[in-house]
Ligand binder design. Structure first.
Ligand SMILES: [Zn+2]
Length: 58
């Protein structure tokens, strides 16, 4: 997925990528990287947090 002219540094094209930590946008022209925090919240972070909550313990 490409975000054309979405780079705040050079005005280049941002490419949406993903790794184990979540999603991020990377500029094809200058290498600028921008995190996409929304994806992290709906992913592993929420799952790990819910496992720590033990309803019967309180
Ligand atoms: Zn750029």
């Amino acid at each position: 997925m490409l975000d054309f002219k979405g780079c705040p540094r050079c005005g280049g094209d941002l490419h949406l990528s993903r790794d184990q930590y979540g999603s991020y946008k990377e500029c094809l022209q200058c290498g600028y990287v921008e995190d996409v925090p929304d994806r992290v919240k709906v992913g592993d972070a929420v799952a790990e947090a819910s496992e720590e909550l033990v309803p019967g313990a309180a």
